[in-house]
Design a protein around this ligand. Sequence first.
Ligand code: NDP
Length: 252
Amino acid sequence: MFDLTGRVAVVTGGNGGIGLGMAIGLADAGASIVVAARNPDKSAEAVSTIEKRGGQAMAVATDVADKVAVDAMMAATLGQFGRLDILVNNAGVDAGGGAADITPDEWALVLAVNITGAHYCCQAAYPAMRAGGSGKIINIGSMMSLFGHGFAPAYAASKGAIVQYTKAIACGWAADNIQANAVLPGWIDTDLTRGLRDAVPELDGMVVSRTPAGVWGQPADLAGIAVFLASSASDFVTGAAIPVDGGYAAQG
Ligand code: NDP
């Protein structure tokens, strides 16, 4: 039920953090992986990590905010593997301060990568999934899909939007046997949060005490949900937003 042998997965931002954690899980379950991110050195390292475990992967340099680049990445995927079964929209950034201070460029960047980029990838993936008779789309939200934070208005707006977008395509493409779901990670130890942890000394204590599991999540903690949502085990699951958060969202 969880076997992904013969399937092909595009993972945006798959060269580090949560994206690499999910890519490794999908590869271990048998899928071939396309690592779609900007930094070629990091992507080459991710491909090598997957290959050393016995998996198959290739990197395609991609800025998801650039529709031309996204379409080229999808063409390269189909050129190499001839099919696309799984799309993980994981690429994400945060920028700027509170709503009173965030600049137009910071606002535009966060929305362009986190929501518009995900849409470009879904749009580019749809024809191949429809032609193949099935598809699995996994969009990465956040606890900020559920809660707000004064320091991240653009990020929270983008992560709220990705959940509604996921519901829209889940409804729109269900008849094509395409399932679309969102994963809402809690606090996960990655480059993104390491920077924040350095800048905000009290963050570590806040995360550990606010998370019922009492620890930060690791990228590998996202592998299981990726395999579930990419496999036939989830064929009747669509339009859902699933927290993977050590209980963070459950605690009042
Ligand atoms: P990282 O900063 O470790 O990874 C972000 C990834 O996105 C990198 O691989 C980066 O690669 C890629 N990326 C950034 N911009 C672009 C772009 N324009 N086009 C293509 N790829 C891009 O962060 P995380 O692993 O922590 O975050 C991954 C996702 O999980 C994000 O969507 C984030 O919002 C979400 N998330 C993270 C949480 C956490 O606690 N860590 C909690 C909740 C959600 P490159 O620079 O090479 O392009």
